[in-house]
Design a protein around this ligand. Structure first.
Ligand SMILES: [Mg+2]
Length: 128
């Protein structure tokens, strides 16, 4: 059986937030989900797994989402990986800055609205 499962990388240092998002994603579709807890792990994971979509927390230890996104964009030669920033609620400036700094979209946490997660996924991966 050949697999056409889309691969999603979730980068988030907070375990509860990471689990909530992964839970939502598993309910949306049959994705292969890879997890990372900081930017350094994320960069390694992108090399190893070539995800189709990345959800990127901005505030993380070791390497934050801003620096990680910059490095991903600097590395890219051809295809551009869609990155959805995970922003803290009420941080409207983060949302604007995320787009200005190379992210394609943003998702405010805590991620309680499953339909919003689905909309973000479908924007970049097509109908689920
Ligand atoms: Mg964080």
């Amino acid at each position: 059986m050949t697999t056409t499962r889309k691969r999603i990388l979730v980068v988030e240092d907070n375990e509860d937030n990471r689990r909530i998002l992964v839970f939502r994603l598993r309910r949306i579709g049959d994705f292969e989900i890879v997890e990372a807890t900081n930017g350094a792990e994320a960069l390694a994971s992108i090399e190893a797994h070539r995800p189709d979509l990345v959800f990127m927390d901005l505030k993380m230890p070791v390497m934050d989402g801003w620096e990680t996104t910059r490095r991903i964009r600097a590395r890219e030669t051809g295809s551009r990986i869609p990155i959805v920033a995970i922003t803290a609620q009420a941080m409207a400036d983060d949302e604007r800055q995320a787009i200005e700094n190379g992210c394609d979209d943003y998702l405010a946490k805590p991620v309680v609205d499953a339909s919003l997660v689905r909309a973000k996924v479908e924007r970049f991966l097509g109908p689920t």
